[in-house]
Design a protein around this ligand. Structure first.
Ligand code: ZN
Length: 285
């Protein structure tokens, strides 16, 4: 897909540039093209040649429409005041996993979940429903934040190439941080369970880490789906083999938490090792 230029370097192939310009290139291939475009004037010039000017115009309009939303406006301003560089703030403000509609949905799910757990009420035991659901929310938020179908900043790829591993990490950390904070607030609403209500944290990190680590191989939709499905299956198995009704499920015991920590660290390690796959042509082939 890429054209070798003989000196060991490469340029983005014409066919791939057209796909990129047309929005037909999916992650992680699009990230590698972004990363290359950011550093290669030759390919940027070639891109300008294949991009339909009307599409660039439409891209800007759609992007402006997204970014002019009031929520994005104050959020972006807040980020800039906090010392986040302009362009990063813009991209973060348009990250689906950080937008009001998504955060509102997460808050709604958490409130319902806390209400159900509180109504069922067995303090001293384990708020199983909450612990099962909470780790899935950050995974979903991060998954929502890449992929052209869901991402308005995808338009930025046409008008101002910038994705790459660094952007993925900036967004992931931001989305994960906000997700963890919301889960944390929900945990505070379940004081009767004490520290056991925090048993979602390590699974949340493990699921997000595993989802991202599998993305270069399985793609941005299948990877989080497999990980989320695996989590639900694991909980069902744990429920089936549980010895007594009041005991915590296996992932929420000390041993299970240890396994989650190992998976989270392993996921981060794999992601680090595969970082080039998000930035370079290796992912394209
Ligand atoms: Zn090039």
């Amino acid at each position: 897909m890429t054209a070798d230029i003989g000196d060991g370097g490469w340029h983005v192939g014409a066919q791939e540039l057209r796909a990129y310009a047309g929005g037909g290139l999916v992650a992680p291939a699009v990230w590698s093209v972004d990363a290359h475009l950011a550093g290669c004037a030759v390919c940027r010039a070639a891109l300008a040649g294949v991009v339909d000017p009307e599409r660039v115009e439409a891209g800007w309009e759609r992007l402006d429409a997204e970014l002019d939303a009031p929520r994005a406006g104050w959020f972006e301003g807040l980020l800039v005041r906090a010392g986040v560089p302009d362009h990063t703030a813009r991209l973060l403000a348009a990250t689906p996993g950080l937008r009001g509609s998504w955060l509102g949905a997460v808050a709604g799910v958490l409130v319902m979940c806390v209400a159900v757990v509180t109504a069922a009420g067995s303090p001293g035991g384990s708020p199983t429903l909450f612990l099962a659901l909470a780790p899935l929310l950050p995974l979903l938020g991060v998954a929502l934040s890449y992929g052209p179908a869901l991402d308005p900043t995808y338009e930025i790829a046409v008008v101002a190439p910038l994705h790459g591993f660094r952007l993925l990490m900036i967004r992931t950390v931001a989305v994960l941080g906000v997700g963890v904070a919301l889960n944390g607030l929900a945990t505070l609403a379940l004081p009767g369970y004490g520290l056991s209500a925090l048993a979602w944290l390590l699974p949340a990190l493990a699921l997000t880490g595993a989802g991202l680590a599998l993305t270069p191989r399985l793609g941005p939709v299948v990877a989080p789906s497999v990980v989320g499905g695996g989590w639900v299956a694991l909980l069902l198995v744990a429920k089936a083999v549980r010895e007594s009704g009041g005991a915590p499920l296996a992932p929420f015991t000390a041993a299970g938490q240890g396994v989650c920590a190992v998976v989270a660290v392993a996921g981060a390690g794999v992601l680090f090792l595969l970082r080039d796959r998000f930035d370079r042509s290796a992912a394209v082939r």
